[in-house]
Design a protein around this ligand. Structure first.
Ligand code: PLP
Length: 388
């Protein structure tokens, strides 16, 4: 169904909403303004740094042939970040890389304390990056971050502080503590006057697009989930600078209750969403887009999709049947694709057809095994054993 007077907005029977980006300017070159945020050169530096870390391996790109056939597509490639270092999420590429850049720029880790707010994965990455280099870390979590995720952060030696409110309240609490104690904020989101470190975080994320390219993925469409938009911007920047107007279409998927990027696109300007942002997709429960990320997504992302939680749970179970253990936020891109792929108006709006090769970024494994079991009914180890 197309919305009256809004030919670029479609609601599918699955409950997903699709907005073709009214601000999209596909022919705009990737110029100096964009390169000042993220660049191929920066991505290559991040790649050479991260690939030298002990335990590094490119995460696998899995071919989901049965799901592609069921959705009437030529191929779905799924990059399984559940196998990223010991962290089970792509966030290792961002937070830990930014901590290393900080230490390199300062010339030493001596006396350095880093802090950030997190829904789970970014804090785990910063804590891991800090522990690798002997840096102290104080990580802020908000009231609905699961105990399992908080414990996983503390396991890397970080101090974990729980604060009332949502993710954006935790961002403010960590910023206040940093100012009071002379700590350095390693945030995955940027705001006016704070953008150098989030740039390194996003630049680290572009490494996964670079790996996928080396692994032979040549997509026509990329479905990538959005929290503050840093990952989506990192991935978009790689394709945009490399391939210009010939790049794949990039579609950003969010939970319907935490849809700040979708709403920003609808309003034509940076827009915040309030409330408790309640969703099972904990890593995407963000109400305020990163300013830097939005500067790239506003003219460069092709479309924005929102999905109900039930679609993410369906995708987790479908992947489990294929021997892939993926977390609630990790499946969101794939869930968004599947939620719109059966709708003729959505397919037409995005040019999805039997020749489309879709790249989905499976951004996390079962980062909270207790929640995973509640949703899927099996332990993640048992699921992955099936595919071993
Ligand atoms: C598993 C997972 N996927 C995706 C995202 C979204 O990344 P961003 O906030 O940069 O948009 C997050 C953010 O924490 C995450 O944890």
């Amino acid at each position: 169904m197309l919305f009256d007077g809004m030919p670029n907005l479609v609601v599918a029977a699955t409950g997903a909403r699709l907005l073709v980006n009214p601000g999209l300017d596909r022919n705009r070159p990737y110029g100096e303004a964009e390169r000042a945020i993220l660049s191929l050169e920066g991505a290559r530096l991040a790649h050479s740094t991260i690939s030298a870390w002990p335990g590094y391996a490119a995460t696998p790109v899995l071919s989901l042939d049965a799901l592609a056939a069921a959705s009437g597509l030529a191929a779905i490639a799924y990059k399984h970040e559940g196998r990223r270092f010991a962290l089970k999420s792509f966030k290792a590429l961002g937070g830990a890389y930014a901590v290393e850049r900080l230490v390199v720029q300062r010339g030493s880790a001596e006396g350095l304390t880093v802090t950030c707010a997190t829904d789970g994965n970014h804090g785990r990455a910063v804590a891991w990056g800090a522990s690798r280099l002997g840096v102290k870390a104080v990580i802020y979590v908000h009231e609905t971050v699961s105990e399992g995720r908080a414990t996983a952060i503390a396991a890397f030696g970080a101090e974990v502080r729980r604060v009332p409110g949502n993710y954006d309240d935790a961002v403010r609490a960590s910023a206040e503590a940093a100012a009071a104690n002379d700590w350095t904020i390693v945030s995955d989101t940027s705001w006016p006057g704070y953008d150098l470190i989030p740039r390194d975080v996003m630049q680290g994320y572009a490494v996964l697009a670079m790996e996928a390219e080396e692994q032979g993925a040549a997509p026509t469409h990329v479905f990538v989930q959005g929290g503050v938009g840093g990952l989506a911007a990192g991935v978009l920047s790689w394709y945009w600078e490399l391939q210009g107007a010939g790049r794949p279409r990039v579609i950003v998927v969010e939970p319907e209750t935490a849809d700040c990027l979708y709403r920003s696109a609808l309003a034509g300007r940076w827009t915040a969403v309030g409330g408790d942002l309640d969703t099972i997709m904990a890593g995407l429960a963000c109400g305020e887009p990163s300013q830097l990320a939005w500067a790239l997504l506003a003219p460069g992302a092709d479309a924005f999709v929102t999905i109900p939680d039930a679609r993410a749970a369906d995708a987790m179970r479908d992947l489990a049947d294929l021997g892939i253990a993926a977390g609630e936020s990790g499946v969101a891109g794939l869930a968004g694709l599947r939620a719109i792929a059966g709708d003729a108006a959505c397919r037409a709006a995005l040019g999805l057809d039997g020749a489309s090769r879709v790249f989905c970024i499976g951004t996390e494994g079962a980062t909270d095994p207790v929640i995973y079991r509640e949703i899927v009914g099996r332990d993640p180890e048992d699921v992955e054993r099936m595919s071993a």
